[in-house]
Write a protein that binds this ligand. Structure first.
Ligand code: ZN
Length: 717
């Protein structure tokens, strides 16, 4: 969502305080409010992003089920329960609806299938059969692995010449003014298209309007109130239904729906004060849903940015906030707040990297610890190195990517808000009403991980505390520096002019750079093996699947072996590998990432006997097949007999048999009986007609066991 600058917001808030706020919850449907009843919903996860007038962000989550219906989730519980989930994943959630609830509370949830990453699937297939897989570098350069995790990297997703197919709806609501016409709606969309064509250097060719329709409806402003986020999806759904041929989805090649809401809704009673809202996509080719209220360049470009998978640009404010982060407060970025009347700034270089549109020669990635000096061209320049990126760790020990760029306030940025003198003392809306200087200079920011990353690939600008009568600073000028509070890195700024000289010093670290074999078989012993770039590395490596820890081991002599359970179910497992080093000792860098482990089905051992050792043509034969369990996998299922290629029996069921033998010489009177469990199928063949070798085919019921054909010592003569 996009909101106007604090000055504008203040005026809107005053206007609203004298008018009763419309009861928006009245519009929640019966389906979503059956009191106290839990229900399970399965489908794709959708997240739409925005911000209220008070500065707190608003997230509207929903699951789209197989019928295409959106079921809204309460975002607070949704983000917590589904913290491992990303936009587009297939999830199953258990919901509890209360009579007053605007959206259902998420009680529990699971990711059933991650959003498909075709390239990774291809890599996995190539890595079959015991091949060693690289853990940390599934994408390009230093940042690739993490960017892939955040699903913002769109390697292979370049859409040169392939515009987004776009459907435009403009609302006609008699109760409110400022309705868009088809012409004005198209004009606004064009502003966003022009921005993204420019900032992707032509990789994106725009949003082409396939159809535009007027939609006459009522109560538009109050229905879209932020106090009831689920109605957003209901309105999008109703607008989308008017284009039956369209396929609105976050998936590559998905269509885009932009609903233009009467501009006067922005100041109407009960209206939340946002100017746009959009679902988060997964990359350059994603489609999705947007609302546009205020039709300026900044809003339109920002909303389309969400559709491309980008999250908000934030600012870190030391300890003035409990979270330290003011979401949306990064005004150097189009993904931050839209300061009314100023143009959208050049796209952050690290976001260009995330979208895969920056040439490799224009992004330096620092992979080794120590000191590096980089000459940065302005972020809006068409040549030269425009960003230096490096890895470090966040306060919670999780790996984070930092980026450094030079914002000179010239070129396309000359009319951006940060380039005007007023931005040297920009008032924010955090509880402490912090003032921050965004004046031109070198900007240090990190790409967001964790909950913020769920809302798209976001960025947070680092700041230095107020000093010498000047406010907190979000940019660093010649002779100043930014020092990471944990001491993991320092960025020092040298000469600044047409370019900026920057020195980046990062601490020594150990990188986990080897791995488990990517394929194993159910029931077999398998370990995750890692080696470290630094033999002095200490700490623990943990391998987990979701929240379940599968194994943990200490690092010794630069090496670690983590045994994995034998009973991992057959199929694909996404394992997370994390390394906790020893902060402050040798310096460290935890590394983690998804490793796909394919567990193959196990083959059950079989003992096969026939009643006669010589099987003759013209007669039937009786064959007994005894199968063995593999770990806990019971070999029930069916068997049939073949002679040569010909099937000579019906399918016979494998039956579990328990043989009880009483203990004869037990010392105790009631000595326990001995139980022997076997799995047996008895097959009688049809009259045998052909010569050939006898074979038995076992089709197991258990999903951890493989279908297998067994050869036998028997022959038909
Ligand atoms: Zn937004």
């Amino acid at each position: 969502m996009r909101r106007r600058s604090p000055v504008i917001l203040l005026a809107a808030a005053l206007a609203v305080s004298t008018v009763p706020v419309a009861a928006a919850s009245a519009s929640s449907t019966a389906d979503h409010s059956s009191a106290g009843q839990d229900r399970v919903v399965t489908g794709e996860l959708w997240i739409a992003e925005g911000q209220t007038r008070t500065g707190s962000e608003i997230t509207a989550m929903a699951v789209r089920d197989s019928s295409g219906t959106f079921v809204a989730l309460d975002a607070e519980s949704g983000l917590r329960v589904l913290r491992d989930a990303q936009v587009g994943d297939t999830v199953s959630v258990t919901l509890r609806s209360g009579p007053e609830a605007a959206a259902s509370t998420v009680i529990s949830g699971d990711v059933l299938a991650p959003a498909q990453d075709d390239e990774q699937d291809g890599q996995q297939a190539a890595a079959e059969d015991e091949a060693q897989t690289e853990l940390s570098t599934s994408g390009p350069g230093v940042a690739g692995g993490l960017l892939d995790v955040q699903r913002a990297a769109t390697s292979g997703g370049a859409t040169a010449g392939v515009p987004h197919r776009t459907f435009v709806t403009y609302i006609d609501d008699a109760a409110v003014g400022g309705d868009y016409s088809e012409a004005s709606a198209r004009q606004v969309l064009q502003l966003g298209t022009d921005y993204w064509k420019r900032e992707t250097r032509g990789v994106l060719s725009g949003w082409n309007v396939a159809a535009a329709k007027k939609w006459t409806r009522t109560s538009t402003c109050s229905v879209l109130s932020d106090s009831n986020p689920n109605t957003l999806y209901a309105v999008w759904g109703a607008a989308a239904a008017q284009y039956p041929s369209a396929n609105f989805t976050w998936k590559p090649g998905g269509d885009t729906l932009v609903v233009f809401v009467p501009a006067d809704c922005f100041s109407a009673a009960g209206w939340p004060g946002w100017t746009g809202m959009t679902t988060i996509g997964t990359g350059l080719r994603s489609g999705g849903f947007s609302f546009i209220v205020v039709g300026d360049e900044g809003t339109m470009a920002h909303e389309l940015g969400h559709e491309l998978g980008l999250g908000h640009s934030n600012v870190e404010l030391g300890s003035t906030l409990s979270s330290h982060i003011l979401e949306y407060g990064g005004i150097h970025s189009v993904m931050g707040i839209d300061v009314n009347g100023y143009s959208a700034p050049a796209l952050d270089a690290a976001l260009q990297y995330g979208l895969g549109v920056i040439p490799a020669s224009q992004a330096t990635t620092i992979t080794k610890p120590g000191t590096s000096t980089v000459t940065l061209s302005p972020v809006s320049a068409s040549s030269g190195v425009r960003t230096a990126m490096f890895r470090s760790v966040g306060a919670d020990g999780a790996p984070v990517i930092y980026a450094v760029e030079y914002r000179d306030g010239k070129g396309v940025d000359a009319t951006a808000a940060y380039a005007v003198p007023a931005a040297a003392a920009f008032p924010l809306w955090d509880p402490a009403s912090t003032t921050v200087s965004y004046a031109p200079g070198v900007r240090v920011y990190r790409l967001e991980a964790g909950e913020l990353a769920q809302k798209g690939l976001g960025s947070t600008t680092m700041t230095n505390p107020p000093a010498g009568g000047k406010p907190r600073t979000a940019t660093f000028t010649s002779g100043t520096s930014y020092k990471d509070p944990a001491g993991n890195f320092t960025v020092s700024v040298g000469a600044v002019g047409a370019t900026a000289a920057v020195t980046i010093t990062t601490r020594a670290f150990a990188v986990l750079n080897a791995l488990a074999k990517s394929t194993t078989t159910y029931g077999k012993k398998r370990s995750f093996v890692g080696t470290f770039s630094n033999a002095a590395a200490t700490g623990t490596v943990t391998v987990a699947e979701g929240s379940k820890v599968l194994g943990r081991a200490s690092v010794s002599a630069g090496r670690v072996t983590v045994p994995l359970p034998k009973n991992l179910k057959a199929g694909e497992h996404t394992l997370w590998v994390s390394y906790s080093g020893t902060p402050g000792a040798t310096g460290f860098l935890p590394e983690r990432g998804p490793v796909t482990l394919v567990v193959k089905k196990a083959k059950a051992k079989a003992k096969i006997t026939a009643t006669k050792s010589r099987l003759k043509r013209g007669r039937t034969a009786k064959v007994t097949v005894q199968l063995k369990k593999v770990l806990k996998a019971k070999p029930t299922g069916k068997v049939l007999v073949k002679v040569g290629k010909k099937t000579v029996s019906k399918k016979a069921k494998v039956v579990k048999k328990v043989k009880v033998t009483k203990k004869k010489h037990g010392k105790k009177k009631h000595a326990k009986a001995k139980k022997k469990v076997t799995f047996v199928a008895k097959v009688t063949t049809k009259k045998l007609t052909k010569k050939g070798k006898v074979r038995v085919v076992f089709t197991p019921k258990n999903k951890n066991l493989a279908k297998k054909t067994y050869s036998t010592k028997y022959k038909v003569r």
